[in-house]
Design a protein around this ligand. Structure first.
Ligand code: ZN
Length: 417
């Protein structure tokens, strides 16, 4: 039988890096390799309805083992890894009984994973850590989630005395390029609600995320010889600077935290004739989010009048705060909270400063909070995961299934705001 650790180590060695420049789904052919491995494993485990569709979405069913009417619930994770850092030739290393000191990831390149920079390492002293060789990411995001969900299904199959309703599981490609939920067939998935197992440290439970939009500004100028430019030249760079300087300078990612929103200019190009900026807008509060977009529109309108020149502004919403879809069904969070407590994991409930596949799925009709998968330092060479956190994630998944079967969800704790 496959252990959780063995499963995880095997998955991370299969490169599944996704590619934002591809229009295809999956965005990279290489993702099929792991998708097929997972499909085969689910069949061997005895899961029902194992289906790998044309876009590499893999789903399967664990049938209910009681005659009670229990709503079908789901667990979802993504098997692609971030294109931000290499996922080629990952060589995971297992560190038994971490001593709390520096971990030399790569002697040749002097790459060290140190609690001096990453103090949260210290809470795992004495545990088993899985780290990289310093040249790739690890892929705990989110192959840990995949391994945990499969191990939890295996546990339920080998422990039929634990009652559970129908459990649906789903593994998606391309989450890291923002498309993991795009082709997810929610009606076919059938679950009443689901959990993405894609959070970071042990205990994380999330049901609030940003409202998100992206904006593209293009300003147009008029180039004239600088010596004869008086009252004639319009400098597109100046116009762009005028718009951007009107944004609140304290409301940027590097100066905000918690539920504070921001504007983030991440790219600027420019010449006299034409300049452009790309930015993202983020806010947990829906009204403040709308105000932020309106403020940018007003700044552009003012600059248009002031300089008498054309300015293009495209704003596109990207995703919304799932909170508004979760609050009406808050018991699904309460069940997860209770499951964590029952297996000795103190829940850490906090708003996400980002989005998840779950936020998109929630707006597609599948309410979907996020629970921890256990890893740290995603998308880079310092990524690591404690094995004990992974084991707890498996226990939490099993416990959620059990609690949902034992107590009708509507009797769980409600929350209004
Ligand atoms: Zn992830």
């Amino acid at each position: 039988m496959n252990s959780l650790k063995e499963r995880f180590l095997r998955y991370v060695q299969i490169n599944t890096e996704s590619d934002p420049n591809s229009e295809n789904c999956p965005s990279t052919e290489r993702q099929w390799t792991l998708a097929n491995v997972l499909k085969k494993e689910l069949l061997e485990l005895g899961m029902d309805e194992v289906e790998l569709d044309d876009n590499a979405y893999l789903t399967a069913t664990l049938p209910s083992n009681t005659s009670n009417a229990i709503p079908p619930i789901g667990f979802i994770s993504h098997y692609d890894t971030s294109p931000d850092f290499s996922g080629e030739d990952v060589k995971p290393r297992v560190i038994e009984t971490y001593d709390g000191g520096d971990i030399l990831l790569n002697a040749e390149k002097s790459i060290v994973l140190s609690p001096e920079y990453f103090p949260e390492l210290l809470q795992y002293k004495g545990q088993t850590l899985i780290v990289t060789d310093g040249t790739t990411l690890l892929g705990a995001d989110d192959k840990a989630g995949v391994a945990e969900i499969i191990s939890a299904m295996e546990y339920l199959i080998t422990h039929p005395e634990i009652p559970h309703g129908e459990i649906r599981i789903g593994f998606t490609p391309d989450e890291e390029i923002g498309r993991g939920a795009h082709l997810f067939d929610v009606p076919a998935f059938r679950a009443k609600w689901a959990y993405t197992v894609d959070g970071s440290q042990i205990g994380e439970l999330e049901y609030e995320n940003f409202n998100a939009a992206k904006a593209h500004i293009r300003t147009f100028g008029k180039s004239v010889h600088p010596g004869y430019a008086k009252d004639k030249m319009i400098n597109a760079i100046t116009v762009l600077r005028e718009v951007l300087s009107g944004l609140p300078q304290e409301e940027v990612p590097e100066k905000t935290s918690g539920r504070q929103g921001f504007y983030h200019v991440h790219q600027i190009n420019g010449s006299i004739e034409e300049a452009s900026a790309q930015l993202i807008i983020r806010d947990h509060d829906k009204a403040d989010f709308e105000n932020r977009k309106a403020r940018l529109q007003a700044l552009v309108a003012e600059a248009r009048t002031q300089y008498g020149t054309e300015i293009e502004l495209d704003i596109a919403d990207q995703y919304y705060n799932m909170k508004e879809k979760i609050l009406p069904v808050f018991p699904i969070v309460a069940v997860a909270e209770e499951a964590m407590k029952a297996v000795g994991v103190p829940p850490i409930i906090k708003p996400i400063r980002g989005g998840t596949d779950g936020s998109q799925l929630s707006f597609m009709g599948l309410p979907c909070p996020n629970i921890f998968a256990g890893g740290h330092n995603f998308h880079g060479k310092y990524e690591y995961i404690p094995l004990q956190s992974m084991e707890k994630a498996v226990e939490v998944i099993v416990k959620i299934c059990e609690l949902t079967a034992k107590k009708p969800p509507e009797t769980w704790r409600q929350k209004k705001s």
